[in-house]
Design a protein around this ligand. Structure first.
Ligand SMILES: NC(=O)c1ccc[n+]([C@@H]2O[C@H](COP(=O)([O-])OP(=O)(O)OC[C@H]3O[C@@H](n4cnc5c(N)ncnc54)[C@H](OP(=O)(O)O)[C@@H]3O)[C@@H](O)[C@H]2O)c1
Length: 263
């Protein structure tokens, strides 16, 4: 059975241009976001990277004439509103919004001590992209063609016991991506969901990051898929397919237990 990625080839749909885009990428100071920002700039896109760590923002802005950097706190609604308005005013040609910012922290739900972590995770990973889209909806839907890229996770489909709220926010991002895509079907908006597997970044450092996919391999495969399937709804590297399709494959419970035991 073809993946949803391979199944979507309606040529009349809007799709992300493979070069010459202007991309706003909050969550681009490190890891997957930084790697994509560098690759997009290398192929000729302009990228406005956002994040909180000023020294990394400065470093990125100095690294390429096609990379700009802005300080944004995705857990703060005022910061999202104000920085979005400033980026729209300064870069009116922006046609891709990539909601990459996210946090992942372990929780112990056998006591109530997890609540602060859970609330912070919902604020950044779920309210963050919702607030971001609210700040960009009018601007981007007024364009003939534009793209919203969301970032869920294989754990949206097969949860990791150690990070329940993280898993839940990523399931929610998947649901939002599907429902937003349907509502936006009459506009020039394309909604693309990146569904990364475990990738070697500093997202949640731990003893087992070695089993995760090397970052460069993930970036290579993702950029290749984006270019080969410009009308994709989900970008699924091979490594994420067991997690993405576990329910369909009939091994979701077994895989959940394997993941839980591996930590
Ligand atoms: N690595 C994986 O295994 C994996 C798997 C599935 C999905 N993902 C998703 O991929 C995305 C990127 O993660 P990563 O693995 O590349 O980890 P990472 O290196 O920790 O990157 C996280 C990015 O989010 C930004 N961020 C976090 N909180 C923020 C806030 N309040 N305001 C603004 N920016 C904020 C960070 O920037 P500052 O700290 O500078 O603010 C950083 O640029 C996340 O959404 C994550 O859930 C990762």
């Amino acid at each position: 059975m073809p993946s949803r990625l391979e199944a979507t080839t309606d040529e009349t749909e809007a799709h992300m241009r493979t070069t010459g885009s202007t991309i706003f990428l909050p969550g681009g100071t490190s890891g997957i976001g930084r790697g994509l920002a560098e690759r997009f700039a290398a192929r000729g896109d302009r990228v406005i990277v956002g994040g909180r760590r000023q020294e990394l923002l400065d470093e990125l802005a100095a690294s390429s004439p096609l990379i700009e950097a802005v300080r944004i706190d995705m857990s703060d609604p005022a910061s999202i509103r104000e920085v979005s308005a400033a980026v729209q005013a300064r870069f009116p040609e922006t046609d891709v919004l990539l909601a990459m910012a996210g946090i992942m922290r372990p929780e112990d739900v056998t006591t109530g001590g997890f609540l602060e972590t859970a609330e912070a995770t919902v604020t950044t990973n779920l309210l963050g992209p919702i607030r971001l889209w609210a700040a960009w909806a009018a601007f981007l839907t007024a364009k003939e063609e534009a793209t919203l890229i969301t970032v869920s996770s294989g754990l949206a489909f097969t949860p990791l016991a150690l990070t329940p709220t993280y898993d839940a926010t990523k399931s929610a991002v998947h649901a939002l991506s599907d429902a937003w895509r349907l509502q936006l079907a009459g506009t020039g908006m394309q909604v693309v969901e990146l569904v990364p597997p475990a990738v070697q970044t500093a997202l949640m450092p731990g003893p087992n990051t070695a089993h995760a996919m090397p970052l460069a391999e993930y970036l290579d495969e993702t950029v290749r898929l984006l270019e080969a399937h410009p009308d994709a709804t989900e970008v699924l590297v091979e490594r994420v397919k067991p997690l993405r399709f576990s329910e369909r494959n009939g091994d979701r419970d077994a895989l959940m237990r394997t993941l839980a035991d591996a930590r």
